[in-house]
Ligand binder design. Structure first.
Ligand SMILES: Cc1cc2nc3c(=O)[nH]c(=O)nc-3n(C[C@H](O)[C@H](O)[C@H](O)COP(=O)(O)OP(=O)(O)OC[C@H]3O[C@@H](n4cnc5c(N)ncnc54)[C@H](O)[C@@H]3O)c2cc1C
Ligand SMILES: *[C@@H]1O[C@H](CO)[C@@H](O)[C@H](O)[C@H]1NC(C)=O
Ligand SMILES: *[C@@H]1O[C@H](CO)[C@@H](O)[C@H](O)[C@H]1NC(C)=O
Ligand SMILES: *[C@@H]1O[C@H](CO)[C@@H](O)[C@H](O)[C@H]1NC(C)=O
Length: 490
């Protein structure tokens, strides 16, 4: 008998047997972590795994995790992390699943994903108005709980489908953040599962370095299972404004942007004023919220500040949930809400000392009006933040962008994967602004994940990076909590 064929096959057979054994042992370990409930564990290869369990958000960066788990308690999360660490898998949590790079799924193939959709507990202490919130809660769900628990609120972005887990560990910029700080600034303490499977508190008195790290770089340090948040009273009356400007000449559009930029960079601008300037293919929109009465709003004189609008809507809204619904609708129009798509986004940070000079604005609009985009839809959003966010010292939390006054986010949605033409288009926007804005920093908001970023850790965490690396070495020296751009042990 000729054994050569068998000899040839044996490494393959060995490999298959070993793979099967590994996947059996990981399945067994994960199942025992969740008290053998088979509905709480899915492995790569299971029926409809990618569609039902994985659910990639940005189709442009496909990811296949080794397993997806749906724990129901912090103890189960801890047991899953222990399985992963002992079997040499990377681990990442997914809350609302809105990471631009699918980092909640690990960001690259083969990680164990902890989906927090069954971790949505809520309680309110009505003496301190501190809320204890499960990290799988979505911001829209949290708003309803807070409303019902005594007309309380918390600052966050406008999309109700974003998860608290990813928002409060990274930032959480939104219309009320200029008054109250970002969602991250509301974190008083947290329950965290560490890489060795222990469950600890992170607070100003217990593991304060861990609290520093999860307030800005959470994904690299543990799985937050619960947050304790300070809350604020619901804002009262507010005015929602939206001004649309038709196509216009390149220079008239550039001038409008200059007017907006000088308005929002006034040093004494009220924190009750929130504003976004969106540049689209055929139009520009200046929109936002004023938190106060109609007469206070009128005193700002926005329609004389920004002449030439082709349409305007100004709505007075007296209830917070009504305002949230307005924002949600707007968010849906802007970026398609929670619908998976192929897209790419880039970000720039502008400080008080680095607005785009007039000549740079002219060059930007010349570029936008002449470039080939390759995109189905594209837009560039400039978003005023600052205010209370910037009252916090840079070294008080892992979040490092306390000097940013406004952010740029360029966004392209494509039919099929993002092409080089579209990458070049968005790269070109950054380049034309950078070349014409002396002193512009390298900061990028870590919530606007950019998988193509050069030197991403420096861009996301700036001067806090060395301290974060030191803390990473203490809490996760083997880099169990890994994504492609996460903080690494020193
Ligand atoms: C349509 C849209 C609108 C947006 N609007 C805004 C906005 O207005 N303001 C703003 O600031 N940002 C905004 N973002 C960015 C958004 O805040 C970030 O993408 C955020 O990280 C998403 O959180 P998530 O829980 O939904 O996502 P996920 O993908 O679930 O998580 C994002 C990251 O956080 C980690 N993570 C999640 N849960 C935990 C946990 N419990 N413990 C530790 N790490 C965890 C994940 O591993 C991942 O790295 C928007 C994004 C989208 C897609
Ligand atoms: C102006 O905006 C309103 C509300 O968005 C819309 O219903 C109306 O059709 C718009 N009018 C024009 C002329 O575009
Ligand atoms: C933070 O920075 C301030 C100002 O630079 C400094 O005085 C303070 O000691 C720093 N705090 C820590 C914890 O490093
Ligand atoms: C787990 O890690 C933390 C942080 O490094 C450490 O303080 C703790 O003692 C470890 N626990 C166990 C059981 O090893």
């Amino acid at each position: 008998m000729d054994f050569s064929i068998l000899r040839l096959l044996s490494p393959l057979l060995f490999f298959l047997a070993a793979t099967a054994a590994a996947s059996t042992s990981v399945r067994q370990c994960l199942l025992s972590a969740v008290q053998n409930d088979p509905t709480l564990v899915a492995l790569n290869g299971d029926l409809l795994y990618q569609t039902l369990d994985v659910k990639v958000y940005n189709l442009n960066w496909p990811v296949i995790p080794a397993a997806v788990t749906f724990p129901k308690s912090s103890q189960q999360v801890a047991a899953i992390v222990r399985c992963a660490a002992s079997l040499n898998y990377k681990v990442q949590a997914k809350s609302g699943g809105h990471s631009y790079g699918n980092y909640g799924l690990g960001g690259s193939n083969g990680a164990i994903n902890i989906n927090l959709q069954n971790m949505k507990s809520f309680s309110m202490d009505t003496t301190t108005w501190q809320a204890t919130v499960g990290s799988g809660m979505l911001n829209g769900e949290l708003d309803a709980y807070l409303h019902n628990a005594g007309n309380r609120a918390i600052a966050h972005g406008t999309s109700p489908q974003i998860g608290v887990g990813g928002h409060a560990t990274i930032g959480g910029l939104g219309p009320t953040a200029r008054q109250y700080g970002m969602e991250l600034d509301h974190v008083l303490s947290a329950e965290v599962v560490l890489a060795n499977g222990s469950i600890v508190q992170a607070s100003p008195t217990e593991n304060p370095d861990l609290l520093f790290a999860i307030k800005g770089a959470g994904a690299s340090f543990g799985i937050v299972t619960k947050f304790v948040f300070r809350t604020e009273p619901e804002p009262g009356q507010a005015v929602q404004y939206s001004f649309t400007f038709g196509i216009g000449s390149t220079s008239s559009r550039a001038n409008l942007f200059k007017q907006w930029q000088s308005f929002i960079t006034q040093p004494d601008l009220t924190r009750k004023f929130a504003s976004i300037c969106t540049i689209l293919d055929g139009s520009m929109v200046i929109s936002g919220t004023y938190f106060g009465s109609k007469s206070e709003y009128d005193a700002l004189g926005l329609d004389t500040q920004f002449p030439g609008m082709t349409n305007s809507t100004v709505i007075v809204i007296s209830d917070w949930l009504g305002l949230l619904a307005q924002w949600a609708q707007q968010a849906l129009l802007d970026i398609g809400g929670g619908i998976p798509a192929d897209f790419y986004a880039r970000c720039l940070s502008f400080e008080e000392k680095t607005p785009i000079p007039a000549s740079g604005v002219d060059k930007l609009f010349e570029y936008l009006d002449s470039a080939t985009t390759g995109a189905l839809i594209w837009f560039v959003i400039f978003d005023l933040e600052g205010g209370a966010i910037n009252d916090v010292p840079i070294n008080a939390t892992g979040y490092a962008h306390r000097d940013t006054v406004f952010w740029m986010q360029s966004y392209a949605i494509t039919l099929g994967s993002v092409s080089q033409t579209t990458y070049d288009f968005l790269d070109g926007i950054n380049q034309v602004i950078r070349e014409n804005t002396p002193g512009l920093g390298d900061g990028v908001y870590p919530g606007y994940v950019d998988p193509r970023l050069q030197n991403p850790r420096h861009a996301y965490w700036g001067s806090n990076l060395p301290e974060l690396e030191r803390i990473k070495t203490l809490y996760d020296p083997e880099d169990v909590f890994h994504n492609p751009q996460g903080v690494l042990p020193a």
